[in-house]
Design a protein around this ligand. Sequence first.
Ligand code: URA
Length: 194
Amino acid sequence: MAEMTWELFHQQVEMCGLCPLYQGARHKVPGQGDEHSPLMFIGEGPGQVEDEQGLAFVGPAGQLLTRMLQAISLPRDRVYICNIVKCRPPNNRVPEEAEAHQCMLHLRNQVALVKPKVIVLLGATAAKYTLGPDVRITRDRGRWFERKGVWMMPTFHPSALLRDPAKKKEAWEDMQSLRVKLMELGLYPDLYHQ
Ligand code: URA
């Protein structure tokens, strides 16, 4: 098999027809950011604005994510941001299991290329397909899971925070926990100071 490169990854996503979601997508949304960041964020799937622009987390949820990062002094362009599925599900429905499982091929390639030390899972869909179906976002948010040397933490999806601002307190605690984890791993000053 050919060695995976960013060029090949982007070609494969662009040409992908593994599941039917590509049929309704205006743009594929592979993900973007610092391709060698120690910190990766994984969401669910592109929404309307993301589908229009071909970029992950640029709509209202993305703007909140940017503010959450700013709150712990992380410049957004120093992290890598992507989704479980790379094409917008119709009417922003939750991706079906078959769609998510097919698209995991691309996510696995992406994780192998970025080689993050820490992954933040935004919402139930991201947690389910990375940590497993037994994870419950309300119970397990803010908990750290180590998988193959990578630290992973589920937290609320920013869209959930927009729908229910009462959740913001816990999301804030999770961001503080992320800050502590980055400091423990010696990554925080590096990310902070560029
Ligand atoms: N919601 C997501 O899960 N991902 C995006 O890119 C935008 C909104």
